[in-house]
Design a protein around this ligand. Structure first.
Ligand code: DAT
Ligand code: MG
Length: 151
């Protein structure tokens, strides 16, 4: 299926460092299609909900503080295997363990400043897209590249 969607966010450090363009380019040039995008400064409650599975972790307060430190570029990307391949494009959670050529492996060093987020399963992608976007924000369109990317 080429209509799988994933939630990708450029965290405050990625936005501040001028990496919105380069990160979007990785997804575009790979062949994925942008379905929604917005710059947003979410509430603490929204971020706590986004990371609710991690609420018992010792780094949770620091994570919420970091994620609240500036605007976030929230996106939905669509295409075949978008969730798994989206994670591969981002690289490992710890940038020092991320291979060069991945986003984190090229642009980040510290785990607490790893510049981007990507959904880790189709189920979580659905939850995250619903948390960050209203239904009407998701755009259905056919990219002019579609038939050159999929056979
Ligand atoms: P990912 O963002 O790769 O899905 P995750 O969901 O396990 O990783 O964690 C969410 C974020 O929390 C991660 O991007 C950075 C931060 N984080 C994870 N593990 C951490 C740790 N051991 N120390 C500090 N921050 C951590
Ligand atoms: Mg995660």
């Amino acid at each position: 299926m080429s209509d799988e969607q994933t939630f990708i966010a450029i965290k405050p450090d990625g936005v501040q460092r001028g990496l919105i363009g380069p990160i979007i380019s990785r997804f575009e040039t790979r062949g994925y299609k942008l379905a929604a995008i917005k710059l947003i400064s979410p509430s603490k409650e929204h971020l706590e909900k986004h990371y609710e599975d991690l609420s018992s972790k010792p780094f949770f307060p620091g994570l919420i503080k970091y994620m609240s430190s500036g605007p976030i570029c929230a996106m939905v990307w669509e295409g075949r295997d978008a969730v798994k391949t989206g994670r591969a494009l981002l690289g490992a959670t710890n940038p020092l363990a991320s291979a060069p050529g991945t986003i984190r492996g090229d642009y980040a060093i510290d785990i607490g400043r790893n510049i981007c987020h990507g959904s880790d399963s189709i189920e979580n992608a659905k939850k995250e897209i619903a948390l960050w976007f209203k239904e009407g924000d998701i755009v259905e369109w056919k990219s002019a590249h579609h038939d050159w990317i999929y056979e």
